[in-house]
Write a protein that binds this ligand. Structure first.
Ligand code: SF4
Length: 61
């Protein structure tokens, strides 16, 4: 299992993670990325690497 945290203060809503995640973990909610399907996460950290704001952390739990 992986815990995905999006720092809402850093997120600019550019949807990079929404489009890049191979497991469709993210949805846009109120203009920010929200990890709505964390149980589908593969732990690939593509979202962490692609986010220009460094707003996402992925931690194994
Ligand atoms: S680590 Fe990979 S599978 Fe998990 S949310 Fe990020 S991009 Fe999606």
């Amino acid at each position: 299992m992986w815990e995905i945290i999006v720092d809402k203060d850093k997120c600019t809503g550019d949807e990079e993670c929404v489009n890049a995640c191979p497991a469709q973990v993210f949805e846009m909610r109120d203009g920010k990325a929200e990890p709505v399907d964390s149980e589908e996460c593969l732990g690939c950290e593509t979202c962490v690497e692609i986010c220009p704001e460094d707003a996402i952390t992925v931690t194994e739990i």
